[in-house]
Design a protein around this ligand. Structure first.
Ligand SMILES: Cc1ncc(C[n+]2csc(CCOP(=O)(O)OP(=O)(O)O)c2C)c(N)n1
Length: 325
């Protein structure tokens, strides 16, 4: 039996979501290669395995809506419409990158596209998202801000202060906790007081729900409800997406804190395979079309890497440009 698809989404939108999930996976696989071959400095935190969260959540948005992201931010950026060429150039520290090569993987932002920035500070996006929602409310706009953060950030004090204010002022923000089971090498059940952190929303007087973060349609439906509520002026929500990262915390993680059987068990729920199977079963695309779509994404990633590699380094004179407003 096939599972229900979201009626609110057209076949074109569903195909585009599958395409973006492939894009995120291939982008991050390539980022790992670039790091290992020495083309990239700093670090990279792969989003692989978690694609359904960013794509399902951003499918519930309008172009004028905003997001804040995390240190694991490539997926959020691509799901909100980020250009893989400018992202790849930023990873390689090139002048053509989103931040002219000064930000790198953890600071990609495109304010005009509503991507208010990745963030190296755990929980750093929470205050920004709440402020963006306040700005929208004060300006009388009806845009909504999605705030992505991890299960580790769930215990940062800024969430308490922000959630309380957002509740009092009924701000149009949706807090999306990506529970990928670990914060660095620590298991979420060892540092979070409750197994189902969505219950914490009750303390602020707004809804808290969890969903299967390996199922893009489940994420879409859950976040779409929260976004509709926020847009209608009814205030914030907390959505916990239960998911998993297939790779280490970052590219250099020795991964000595979890066993292969656990990883293999999560991979049987792979969000891309699952969505692709559902779309084929619902005749949204054929399996040949799915193969062609993945191949076209691979070409786009190749082109992004070629663009980044051929781009110039920033000039030394530009060092202080854009640093102070
Ligand atoms: C304020 C702050 N504390 C600690 C760190 C170091 N640090 C970087 S990522 C990370 C784990 C974050 O875990 P989580 O929020 O669950 O996100 P995930 O990496 O699982 O996506 C930590 C502790 C940091 N960058 N910022």
């Amino acid at each position: 039996m096939t599972r229900k698809l979201a009626v609110a989404l057209s076949p074109d939108q569903l195909r585009s979501m599958l395409r973006t999930m492939h894009m995120i996976r291939q982008f991050d696989l390539r980022a790992l290669d670039l790091y290992r071959e020495g083309a990239m400095r700093g670090s990279t935190h792969p989003y692989i395995g978690m694609e359904a969260v960013a794509v399902g959540a951003c499918a519930a948005l309008r172009p004028a809506d905003r997001i804040t992201s995390t240190h694991r931010g490539h997926g959020h950026c691509l799901a909100k419409g980020g250009d893989p060429r400018l992202m790849m150039a930023e990873l390689l520290g090139k002048a053509t990158g989103y931040c002219k090569g000064k930000g790198g993987s953890m600071h990609i932002a495109d304010v005009e596209a509503g991507i208010l920035g990745a963030n190296g500070i755990v929980g750093g996006g929470i205050g920004l998202a709440t402020g963006a929602a306040l700005a929208a409310q004060l300006a009388g706009r009806d845009d909504v801000t999605l705030c992505f953060f991890g299960d580790g950030a769930l215990n940062q004090g800024v969430l308490h202060e922000s959630a309380n204010l957002a509740a009092i002022w009924k701000l149009p923000v949706v807090y999306i906790c990506e529970n990928n089971q670990y914060a660095m090498s620590a298991r979420a059940d060892r540092f979070t007081s409750v197994p189902d952190p969505e219950v914490r929303a009750k303390a602020y007087g707004f809804p808290g729900v969890s969903c299967d973060g390996m199922d893009v349609m489940a994420v879409y439906r859950t976040v779409a409800d929260a976004v509709a509520r926020a847009r209608a002026g009814e205030g914030p929500s907390l959505v916990v997406c239960v998911t998993y990262r297939y790779f280490g915390h970052h590219v250099g993680d020795p991964l000595n804190y979890r066993d292969k059987a656990e990883v293999d068990a999560w991979k049987t729920k792979d969000p891309i395979d699952r969505f692709q199977r559902d779309l084929i079963a619902h005749r949204v695309l054929t399996s040949d079309e799915a193969d062609r779509l993945a191949a076209a994404v691979a070409q786009e990633i190749d082109a992004a890497v070629a663009f980044a590699k051929a781009s110039p380094e920033p000039e030394a004179d530009a060092l202080m440009e854009d640093v102070y407003a």
